[in-house]
Ligand binder design. Structure first.
Ligand code: UDP
Length: 328
């Protein structure tokens, strides 16, 4: 039986990856410090013989007994509101955390795939974004703690590949959505759906002309599995190129949920990228991958999940102090 370690296992993406590798017959060791992850996401796996869970912070030395064939490094806060709230942990997990994971991979002779992000492109001046584009990142802005940690993470991963001959893979993940997103993580989709379900107005930041391209989680997981099993060590974009403005997206959510509320406009956060769309030519040619689930289908499944939450979960809206990051 192949053995895989998944860091960030209790998070949105990590938990879907645990499910996928369990389904594929692997022994899965999940690791999470539960700062932004939730045990509820992997509760159904406890008690399985081929699943175990470590409550551990990957920024500290990692010990996993026995053999390991693969490591997926998915631990990190990943929404603007989270990394604004916990900037130092965000920097640590992308630097000390990845270093520990790479060291563990080297010690075990394991192949490692690390989760990078479209944020390495910053507020992009090239559209759509190809992997060759080096990006437009403000290192000292509020998003710098995430963007630069992820850029460092890519650099150290390539260094382990070149210097130690470690088998490494880098996925650049674009906006992804689906069941198990945290309702209060501040991301636009849970924000809008949560607001609709609570009977609040939908908050558009800026004038809503900024664009994003949303990928359903099952498509993303399939792309990651294919990349892990490929022999390609350079970064690969995985995302859905179907681009939409945030204003149009709000209209889609209003239609989907049937809410009678309206949209209201708030200030745009500093360094909020104006446009984002993955060029997935590489994934198509190297991995023979492309997204299969369109937004209408994906949003239906995601809405069904949010609708199933309890009233208590629905009202759990941590209101972080976001104001100082907003342009006045
Ligand atoms: N956004 C918004 N209203 C919200 C939350 C987010 O208009 O309540 C905007 C945000 O400013 C950004 C886009 O939606 O332009 C996507 O934000 P998200 O935090 O989901 O992810 P990002 O792609 O910015 O990392």
């Amino acid at each position: 039986m192949k053995r895989i370690l998944i860091t960030g296992a209790a998070g949105f993406l990590g938990s879907h990856l645990c499910d996928r590798f369990i389904r594929d017959g692997y022994h899965v060791s999940g690791m999470d410090n539960l700062i932004t992850g939730r045990l509820k996401n992997i509760e159904h796996l406890f008690g399985l013989e081929n699943f175990e869970f470590y409550h551990h912070d990957v920024s500290k030395f990692i010990h996993v007994p026995g053999k390991l064939d693969y490591i997926l490094h998915f631990a990190s806060p990943a929404s603007p509101i989270d990394y604004l709230k916990i900037p130092i942990q965000t920097l640590k997990v992308g630097s000390l955390g990845v270093h520990n994971c790479l060291g563990l991979a080297k010690a075990k002779g394991a192949r490692i795939l690390i989760a990078s992000t479209s944020e390495v492109y910053g507020d992009p001046t090239v559209h759509p974004q190809t992997e060759e584009y080096w990006g437009n990142v403000n290192p000292v802005g509020p998003r710098g703690v995430y963007d630069e940690a992820k850029r460092f993470q890519e650099a150290i991963t390539m260094a382990y590949n070149n210097f130690h001959g470690l088998e490494t893979r880098i996925v650049r993940i674009f906006n992804t959505y689906g069941p198990r997103m945290r309702l209060n993580d501040g991301r636009v989709l849970p924000a809008f759906i949560g607001q609709a379900l609570r009977g609040e107005d939908l908050t558009i930041f800026g004038d809503g002309s900024q664009t994003r391209s949303f990928c359903y989680v099952d498509d993303l997981v399939e792309g990651i599995v294919r990349l892990l099993h490929s022999d390609y060590a350079y970064p690969v974009n995985i995302g859905n190129p179907s681009e939409i403005s945030i204003a149009e997206f709000a209209e889609e959510i209003i239609k989907l949920t049937g809410t009678k509320q309206k949209v209201i406009y708030k200030d745009l956060p500093i360094d909020d990228p104006k446009q984002r769309q993955p060029d997935i030519t590489k994934a198509q040619s190297i991995l023979k991958w492309q997204p299969l689930i369109d937004r209408a289908e994906g949003l239906k499944k995601t809405y069904a999940f949010f609708k199933s939450l309890s009233q208590e979960e629905l009202m759990e809206t941590d209101h972080y102090n976001f104001d100082k990051y907003i342009i006045k």
